[in-house]
Design a protein around this ligand. Sequence first.
Ligand code: G3P
Ligand code: MG
Length: 247
Amino acid sequence: MKLSLPRWFAHRGGGSLAPENTLAGIRLAARLGYRAVEFDVMLSGDGTPVLIHDETLERTTNGIGRVCETPDAELFALDAGHGERIPRLAEAAALCRQYRLLANVEIKPAGGFERQTAEVVARQASALWQGAEVMPLLSSFSLEAVEIARDLAPALSRGLLFERVPADWQQEMQRLQAVRLHCNASHLADDTLAALKESAIPVLCYTVNDPEQAKALFARGVSAVFTDRLDLFASETSAYKGLQLGG
Ligand code: G3P
Ligand code: MG
């Protein structure tokens, strides 16, 4: 079944209105009418895929140290804000399925854990969303991670994620059989966007917290934006009939 690509993705779980990368954030996004949510997935010290952005615990939790060195028993006892726990990928997947939210699972390996993280996330995502009506979108800044996802979870569509779109984006898209390009809104040049449009590749931009900027990006042909400001776009989320998803 072809599903439409929503224009607005709640960034890092639920953006800035709830603790980032938490189940509370995902629930809030759903309540506000968002149809899509992006979150970051990294491995714990025990190799469990969990939702967290930084390699270290300090900014978003009351813990200290590296996520990849923290055992589950310790990690899941931490407060990730307002009493929320760090969620497992499995919990986030169940919630997204329950709310029929499109999940953009950003594979976010800690340095040196690219292969391991991609293998676990690709395998788990395939299993967790098996038979789902709305299948997740995988993406990563790590091309190695995307390559592994291509090989282990070919049925899950992939997006390449760039801070700045490199000159060889077309070769990489082909090599990794990626169907979307995700990039920083601030560095998206007109000629690059024109070439992407020419190739019918949907472009998704992060992080857009200003309605005027969103309007300008959509006018330029950008397909979707990731936002922290769920409140600003809430009135537009459920009404929009989007583009067709590739892959
Ligand atoms: O996936 C888009 C965006 O989340 C990438 O940036 O650092 O917020 O994960 P970051
Ligand atoms: Mg992210």
